[in-house]
Design a protein around this ligand. Sequence first.
Ligand code: ADP
Ligand code: AMP
Length: 224
Amino acid sequence: MAANDRTFIVFLGPPGSGKGTQARILEQKLGLPQVATGDLFRYNLKNQTELGLLARKYMDAGELVPDEVTVRMVEERLAREDCARGAILDGFPRSLPQAVALDEMLAPYGGVTVVPLFQVDDDVVVERISGRRVCRNCGAVYHVKFNPPKQEGICDVCGGELYQRDDDRPETVKNRLYVYYKHTAPLIGYYFARGLLAEIDANQPVADVTAALEAVLAERGIQV
Ligand code: ADP
Ligand code: AMP
């Protein structure tokens, strides 16, 4: 591996397929930060920044935030010191222009390393999203049935309050899935053609998905 090669893992899959859950598990194990564009937008929204206020109307409608804005945010995030060895990209890219921009960004570092595709049935997605609860403070993700906190409504990690994301309500979820199929699913072909795609059965329980992910990473020489 060349000295400037870094490891960039791109998690691809519909909303609610478990990307964030797995990214949080793997970031500990791999020592690579999770870069989740949805989390970055929510952080900006919470802090009422200009970016957060701009993103809000798109997020509320389940639409994509415009590519230029999203790409700039990711560029700034990847330039930070903690990404010096790479990152786990969760929720980016979500459109072809974003994928092309990412390739340009990563060209000096050997490009994208691998793209695990989280394959999950639509009815599973709907069940997972409807029960998702997120910590207002640290962003830890729970599920009322599949991954409940020890104490209802309270984060196990930091004691923060758990809430349901506004865009996890049924009206918005439908559009987010539509947007996934229209704008993001074409990336499956994009990465397949480049030999980077690794399909994962994400219908399984969390630990089994982690094992499947670790297996495809090992095949690419990324040891957990
Ligand atoms: P994404 O980041 O892809 O939107 P999340 O990681 O937030 O998805 O997961 C969506 C919901 O499903 C969360 O409530 C999470 O606790 C739950 N979840 C994640 N992975 C699994 C799994 N393998 N089995 C059951 N529930 C899961
Ligand atoms: P997520 O937390 O990944 O489910 O993302 C929540 C919302 O943030 C999405 O529905 C979009 O409105 C916005 N968003 C997240 N990532 C992107 C992206 N890569 N491009 C455009 N919009 C995004």
